[in-house]
Design a protein. Structure first.
Length: 162
C-alpha cells in the first residue's frame, strides 16, 4: 500500500534590494535568517559583502541599467518570499503580485500603505520640481528605525510560521 506524503510548503527566501538598504538592517536580517535557516539573496548593481558568511546567502549583481535590480527581484521572487526594499515603486509592483514586502523602517507594505507612500512620493517630486521642496529626508538611520525593522521582520516571519 502506498502512502502519500503531504506536500512540502516551499521555503521562503528573503530578497534584499541591497543598494540602499542600511548596513545595520542588513546585519539584523542576516542574523535572523541564519538562525531560521532562511536563504537570503542580495540584489544590487555592485558587490555588497555579507557581514555573516553562510551557504544560504547569495549575491546577485545586475547590470548598471535603470531598473535592472528591481526586475531581477520582481522576476525572481515567489509568493512565499519576502522582499526588503526602500523602493516604493518596486514595493507597489510586488504587493500587486501578492509578495510580502517590508522596508528598513518597519513598514510591512500592503495595498493601502503602498498607495499612500506612492502618493507622498509623487507630491514630494512635484514640490521639488517646483522648487518648493528640496527632496525628502528621514535623517539618519537610528536605533528606533532598526527596532521597528526587527519587529516588522519578526512579525512577517511569525505570520508565516517561522
Amino acid at each position: 500500500m502506498l502512502t502519500e506524503t503531504p506536500p512540502v510548503a516551499a521555503l521562503p527566501r528573503i530578497w534584499v534590494d541591497a543598494d540602499s538598504f542600511p548596513a545595520k538592517a542588513r546585519e539584523l536580517l542576516l542574523k535572523t535568517a541564519a538562525s531560521k535557516q532562511i536563504p537570503v539573496i542580495y540584489v544590487a548593481n555592485h558587490d555588497i559583502a555579507f557581514g555573516i558568511q553562510s551557504p544560504l546567502f547569495e549575491m546577485r549583481i545586475c547590470p548598471q541599467t535603470p531598473g535592472a535590480a528591481d526586475d531581477c527581484i520582481a522576476d525572481g521572487c515567489g509568493p512565499c518570499d519576502i522582499v526588503a526594499t526602500r523602493d516604493i515603486p518596486l514595493a507597489a509592483r510586488l504587493v500587486d503580485k501578492g509578495i510580502r514586502v517590508i522596508n528598513d523602517r518597519g513598514v510591512c507594505y500592503d495595498k493601502r500603505t503602498v498607495e499612500k507612500r506612492l502618493k507622498e512620493r509623487e507630491l514630494s517630486m512635484q514640490m521639488e520640481a517646483l522648487g518648493l521642496h528640496k527632496g525628502h529626508s528621514h535623517g539618519g538611520y537610528g536605533g528606533k528605525d532598526l527596532d521597528a525593522f526587527g519587529k516588522c521582520l519578526h512579525s512577517v516571519l511569525s505570520s508565516m510560521g517561522l
